[in-house]
Design a protein around this ligand. Structure first.
Ligand code: COA
Length: 332
């Protein structure tokens, strides 16, 4: 009989420094009122100068491992989802993180799926465990996005924040409290909706990068917004339908935290109550791959995430990529 995958713990970390809407008013032509009304964001955390993405990931991962009661020797695969890795493109952030955690000699890989990264990592962890190729996988979403934000572009700099979240996914012979289903998708047709154009092989770093600001993230916000609402709604409806689960059976809907209006539109389309929808965007902004595990950790630390709780996760981001997951939490 094949093993099942369980999410047995979560953890998270946010850097100390914050950047409020009022701070941004002094940097670009914007207002606290505009940002709050259009996005729901009030503040975000910013990594210290000496903190890279793997440093944020380390604290989140350590907490998740402690809560799962597993040491470095138990982990047999490390997956880090990030679009703001320590290095471009080598070594991977997963290698740096595994070394710091004392995890030796097992696979470590990065996943590049922007804001959908955590769901992509979860889908890989589930597949590795169910195929018997791994027994205990550490998955992390971690971002130091502030390093790639253009703080002269009011269309993007108000949105993003830094942070990390992690989970331990473990094999179980019992089908109880398992990761029931994960669904991922992508469409490169809209690759320019969210893009960091410079530094790769198309526009190498030795080109005129600074002039064009092309080492920073760029976004076609309004178009992205519309595709996000439509895609996310269809995606969650599909994963619920194919598992015969109704929206009312979901204890916590934990979507990627990009904009409260997107979250509300999807929640309304599913007929979810306010109580079911988890919203952390006000205090963290958009932390891309880190946002879902950070939100899970918030729930956990508030005493609201209990063993057996049915979770629906849902994300959308650059690529374009998207994904959703249905699981029953297996942590204590
Ligand atoms: N402060 C004040 N005005 C701003 C502004 C800011 N920070 N940013 C943009 N504006 C202005 C625009 O210049 C525009 O002005 P104009 O009408 O004079 O041309 C007006 O506000 C409307 O801009 P628009 O981009 O259409 O606003 P919007 O309602 O779409 O909100 C976002 C902008 C970015 C908040 C929204 O599009 C969004 O959240 N998009 C998706 C984000 C997302 O999901 N990202 C990826 C998934 S992770």
């Amino acid at each position: 009989m094949r093993p099942y995958a369980q999410m047995v713990s979560v953890g998270a970390y946010v850097p100390e420094k914050t950047l409020s809407n009022r701070d941004l008013e002094r940097m670009v032509d914007t207002t606290d009122e505009w940002i709050t009304k259009r996005t729901g964001i009030q503040t975000r955390h910013i990594a210290a100068e000496d903190e890279a993405t793997s440093d944020l990931a380390y604290h989140a991962a350590k907490q998740a491992m402690e809560r799962a009661g597993v040491g470095p020797e138990a982990i047999d695969l490390v997956i880090v989802a990030s679009i703001s890795g320590d290095y471009l493109f080598m070594p991977s952030t997963a290698c740096v993180l595994a070394h710091r955690l004392g995890i030796k000699g097992v696979g470590a890989l990065d996943v590049l799926a922007a804001c959908s990264g955590f769901i992509y990592a979860l889908s890989s962890a589930k597949a590795y465990i169910e195929s018997g190729m791994a027994r205990c996988v550490l998955i992390v979403g971690a971002e130091a996005l502030s390093r790639f934000v253009d703080y002269t572009d009011r269309g993007t700099c108000i949105l993003f924040g830094d942070g990390a979240g992690a989970a331990v996914i473990r094999a179980s012979e019992s089908p109880e409290n398992r990761v029931v289903d994960v669904k991922i998708g992508a469409d490169g047709e809209f690759q320019d909706f969210l893009i960091t154009p410079g530094g790769g092989s198309r526009h190498p770093a030795h080109g005129a990068l600074d002039k064009a600001h092309c080492q920073f993230m760029q976004m076609r916000g309004n178009e992205t917004f519309k595709v996000a609402v439509k895609t996310l709604t269809q995606d969650v409806q599909t994963i619920l339908a194919r598992n015969g689960v109704s929206a009312s059976e979901i204890k916590h809907f934990v979507p990627h935290q990009a904009n409260y209006r997107i979250i509300k539109a999807v929640g309304d389309a599913l007929g979810l109550s306010e109580e079911q929808v988890v919203m952390t965007v006000a205090k963290y902004g958009n932390t891309s791959a880190a946002s879902i595990p950070m939100a899970l950790n918030d729930l956990y630390e508030a005493g609201r995430l209990k063993k057996g709780d049915r979770l629906l996760l849902d994300a959308f981001g650059g690529g374009l990529t998207w994904g959703s997951a249905l699981l029953d939490f297996a942590g204590d």
